[in-house]
Design a protein around this ligand. Structure first.
Ligand SMILES: [Zn+2]
Length: 297
């Protein structure tokens, strides 16, 4: 059975609406990346499909339906996600074929939609009618970490539930289950996925941080940046680099003043570069001149 940490108020609200038979048929669950939207959506799907739900409304985890969910073979559970960058009309049509029939197993049917900001307009239009006049006992759970980019036509037909960042306590628990400890939880902005991604990048960085002089540090950084492709990768690399610099500065209190100053000014520059990365621009094109400028100083 999937589980999530945090978000208890929203979760209780969802269960209570369902138990009172007031759960909207179109639900939009939004929140920052890596806080557990998919897990909340999936747990809700389990609960809606479970044949022997617990008193509090949560799924039992053992009935035939829960077992099929576990194997990802439940005939009344559908997933819709972008192919490439878009959710396409064919995928919507494929699911619609099933909506005129009764659910196969229990009373409900659930369609979980990842990255709902990625609907192609025609795919969204195709879905509108289903959202407006959802077949009895059919629930659409739309997920998005970019609520502002979900088409207004879709948004207006869904009841909106917002998840906030994870608390540091919850984040700590999630990360420790992955064998990962961090003293810098605040750095991860309440996002488990960001923490795990940064950890991955950070593991490649310690050698870099031990380079003694600034020129070496810069040229190695530029070299590593050249191998990164997406804006996301560049951003994560810069964040991980900052985190490593932070470790080096806080854990080595006997650093020479000069080195401390050099690392701090480097961190400052990284922060400026990170802030200057704008959406939909080629990160590398932006970074290279900024780095070169810094090298000249
Ligand atoms: Zn069950």
């Amino acid at each position: 059975m999937p589980y999530f940490l945090g978000h208890q108020a929203t979760w209780q609200q969802l269960l209570s609406l369902y138990q009172k038979d007031h759960l909207p048929h179109g639900l939009l669950i939004t929140g920052p990346q890596g806080v557990g939207k998919s897990l909340v959506g999936l747990c809700l799907a389990y609960a809606l499909l479970c044949q022997k739900p617990q008193k509090n409304g949560e799924a039992c985890g053992t009935c035939g339906s829960c077992q099929l969910m576990e194997k990802e073979e439940h005939p009344d559970f559908y997933r819709l996600a972008p192919e490439g960058t878009l959710i396409k009309i064919d995928a919507v049509r494929e699911i619609q074929k099933n909506l005129n029939f009764s659910p196969n197993m229990g009373k409900n049917r659930v369609i979980l939609i990842q990255e709902s900001e990625s609907f192609h307009r025609s795919a969204a239009n195709a879905l509108l009618k289903n959202l407006e006049e959802a077949p009895q006992n059919t629930y659409f759970i739309l997920l998005s970490s970019a609520a502002g980019r979900v088409l207004p036509t879709l948004r207006s037909r869904c009841h909106h539930f917002r998840l906030g960042p994870l608390s540091e306590e919850n984040l700590k628990e999630i990360l420790s289950k992955q064998g990962f400890q961090s003293k810098n939880l605040a750095f991860y902005q309440g996002s488990a996925s960001l923490a795990l991604k940064l950890k991955e990048v950070e593991d490649q960085i310690p050698d870099l941080i031990h380079l003694q002089n600034k020129q070496q540090l810069l040229s190695e950084t530029v070299h590593l940046l050249k191998n990164l492709n997406s804006r996301e990768e560049v951003k994560n690399f810069l964040l991980a680099l900052l985190l490593s610099l932070h470790h080096r500065l806080t854990q080595n209190l006997n650093l020479e003043v000069e080195e401390r100053f050099s690392l701090l000014s480097f961190a400052q520059r990284i922060l400026e570069i990170k802030d200057s990365l704008r959406l939909n621009t080629n990160a590398k094109i932006q970074i290279t001149p900024l780095m070169m400028h810094f090298e000249d100083q």
